[in-house]
Structure formats: C-alpha cells, structure tokens
Write a protein that binds this ligand. Structure first.
Ligand code: NAP
Ligand code: F7E
Length: 323
C-alpha cells in the first residue's frame, strides 16, 4: 500500500486529495496544526476524517517535520499547507513568508535528510505571474513577477523546489495551479463569498454582498479536477513543473451573472456594494493559463467548466443554509 504525507490536509485541496488518494488505496497521513482544535469540516463533509491518519505538527517546525517523515517513510509528499489568502498577506507578510517560504524550505530539508526516496509535490501558484502582461496564455516558460507578499513567498518556495531537484537529484516538482474552487472553498475567497452571499440573499438572510475590484479576471477551475493533476505529476518518471489551468478566463461580472441567475435575478447591480477595504495595494488584473504541457505529458484535462462550477457552489451553499 503506497503511503502519502499531505500538509494542509484540512484545507480545500488537502480534503479532495485525501479523498482521491484513499480511493486509490493509499495510506494517507495528514499534517494538522491541532488535533483537538483544528477545523475538520471539509474532511467531515467528504467523509474521510476517520480514514486519514492525522499527525500533529506545524510547517514552521523543522525538527517535528524530520521526525514525522522518519516515522512515516512516505512514498509521496504533497506540500499544500500555506497562508493562502493573498489579501491577508499584506497585513502579515512576515507570518506569510515564515509559513509559505521558510516552511517549505524546512520541509524540503526534512525530505532530503529523512525521506529522500519519496516524491515531493509543491503547491505553486499562478499568482507568481502577477504583473506579467501578455496577450498569450501563461505557461511554464513565462517569466514571473509576483505582486503580493503571498506571491513572493510562493516564488521562493517554487525556486527552492527546483533547486533541490537540480542540486540533489531529488524528485521534487511544482504544480503552478491557477485558481481552483469548489463548495469546500474558504469563505474569504471571492467565488465562495459570492455563492454564499447569493444563497443568503435568496433565503432573506442578507440584502447585499460587499466586494472589492469586480473587474478582476481569473482562470477558475474545479479543485476536484486539480488534485488529480497533482497526483499525476508524482506518477511521472521524471520530476517536472506543470501549469494546471482551464485556459479560459472569466471576470467577476461573469461570476455574478451566473450566481444570481441561479436564484432568478438577472440584474444584480442593486445587490452589490463596493468597499475599499477589499481592494488590494497592488492588484493582479487578469490571469489565463496554458495547460498544453499537462494535456500532453500527464493526459490531464479539466472536466468541470466554469458555469457548472458556480452553479454547484450556489446549490451547495443554499443546501447548507437551508439546513
Ligand atoms: P486552504 O484551503 O487555505 O488550506 C490551507 C491549509 O494550510 C490548511 O489546511 C491550513 O491548516 C494549512 N496551514 C496553514 N498554515 C499552516 C502551518 N503553519 N502549518 C501547517 N499547516 C498550515 O488552501 P487551498 O486552497 O487548499 O490551497 C492548497 C495549496 O495550494 C496552498 O499552498 C495554496 O497556496 C496553493 N494554491 C491554491 C490555489 C487555489 O486556487 N486554491 C491555487 C494555487 C496554489 P489550518 O486548518 O490549521 O488553518
Ligand atoms: O481573489 C478580487 C480580488 O481572493 C480573486 C488563492 O487561492 O488563487 C487565490 O488567490 C480576485 C482578486 O483569489 C473581492 O482582488 C474582488 O483580483 O478569490 P481571491 P486570489 O487572490 O486570486 C491563487 C491562485 C492562490 O494561489 C491563492 O492562494 O477577486 N476581489 N472583491 C475579491 N477577492 C476577495 N477575496 N474578496 C472580495 O471581496
């Protein structure tokens, strides 16, 4: 039975990846910050909480990571833990860098010293492209220009992952994933904030949704599809980095159109307010990824398209609130 160690198990991707690996017969070990106090709602919703071996520890504690890897001897390591909210990274850049940049380096050290036969996956991000303006979709060869403390911390982790591969001949690779969403998305991210807000408006629990820059455009996919790509990357003979995206970009206006249409509202303008507190000091205006390499070498393709994704999220939020 292959063994996987996942950091960030309680997060959106950690939950879907746990479910996927369990379905493939893996023994899954998941890092959690506090076995008593961590919020396990996603693992509970997917009915996998009791099937994952929860291991207590923090990505910033190198000795603990070394002990864990020595004990578990995993075949695959998925580093998904991070301070993931871009907006919050300007308020706490030091903690963001401690976890995302130094935390990853500490895990790479533990991997090199205690589990060097394993394969290592790093959760890199399209935010690393941030300020790149091009009429072409972004791919593995495009240069990087991070526009937030979050993106900058992830850039360090990304290049460290490349560096450990090139320096020590380890199987370490990065997935450069574009935004991916689901009913398990955190409520602070714009997709879930909107689908939850729309469901509240429908049920008379709220009158409007307050947002920041609604002109932003993203390449949004479904998290369930994206964890498949993570697994595929670690099944390759050779460690390589891959862009994972849908190749299609939508604006927040499109998102609002579909979400409000689900509750029978065609003109959402009276239900949206804008608040400067949700604006970012340096915004990433638009992102679109080119997934040709993943299609060609991994045989991966996104299955859920944008409209279906938004509808799925509104439906789930309505169901939760009605309960
Ligand atoms: P998420 O839902 O915010 O989950 C983040 C996870 O990291 C949580 O399990 C959290 O644990 C854990 N964590 C945070 N700080 C930690 C620490 N110091 N030690 C141990 N665990 C810690 O994130 P996600 O959307 O699943 O994203 C997964 C990964 O992919 C992240 O690295 C993210 O940066 C990257 N990524 C995400 C996207 C996307 O669109 N979702 C796109 C590109 C890359 P608690 O429950 O204790 O808070
Ligand atoms: O913002 C705009 C906001 O917070 C998307 C993380 O998973 O994906 C995610 O980062 C856009 C931005 O996601 C609000 O300014 C407008 O332009 O949903 P978001 P993100 O910043 O793209 C990447 C790939 C990651 O790696 C990250 O970990 O929406 N926006 N109004 C808003 N955003 C939020 N959150 N809230 C608003 O009210």
């Amino acid at each position: 039975m292959p063994k996987a160690f996942i950091t960030g198990t309680t997060g959106q991707d950690g939950a879907y990846l746990s479910e996927l690996l369990l379905s493939k017969g893996y023994e899954v070990h998941g890092l959690v910050r506090d076995k008593e106090k961590s919020d396990f709602w996603r693992l509970v919703e997917l009915d996998v909480k009791d099937k994952v071996n929860l291991v207590e520890g923090d990505l910033t504690d190198e000795e603990r990571l070394k002990n864990i890897l020595t004990d578990i001897k995993p075949d695959e390591i998925y580093n998904l833990a991070a301070q993931t909210f871009v907006g919050a990274s300007w308020h706490d850049p030091v903690a963001t860098a401690d976890i995302n940049a130094m935390g990853t380096l500490k895990l790479l050290e533990a991997f090199k010293n205690c589990a060097s036969n394993a394969k290592f996956y790093q959760a890199s991000t399209s935010e690393m492209y941030g300020g790149i303006h091009t009429s072409f979709a972004l791919d593995e060869a495009t240069s990087l220009h991070p526009r937030s403390p979050y993106a900058t911390s992830k850039l360090f982790a990304h290049w460290m992952t490349v560096n450990y591969r090139e320096s020590f001949d380890l199987f370490s690779c990065s997935g450069i994933l574009f935004n991916h969403e689901s009913p398990l998305r955190g409520i602070e991210f714009v997709t879930r904030k909107i689908t939850d807000g729309v469901a509240r408006i429908k049920l008379g629990l709220s009158k409007s949704i307050s947002l920041g820059n609604i002109d932003a455009k993203r390449d949004w996919g479904f998290a369930g599809d994206y964890v498949e790509a993570m697994w595929l990357m670690l099944q390759q003979e050779k460690p390589e980095d891959f862009v994972i995206s849908t190749g299609v970009t939508h604006s927040i206006h499109d998102l609002l159109d579909i979400a409000f249409e689900e509750i029978g509202i065609n003109d959402w303008s009276n239900y949206i307010t804008q608040d400067p507190k949700f604006m970012r000091p340096s915004e990433v205006k638009e992102l679109c990824g080119k997934n040709e390499k993943a299609k060609r070498l991994l045989g991966w393709e996104p299955k859920v398209e944008f409209k279906e994704l938004v509808k799925m999220m509104v439906e789930k939020d309505l169901e939760r609130l009605e309960k």
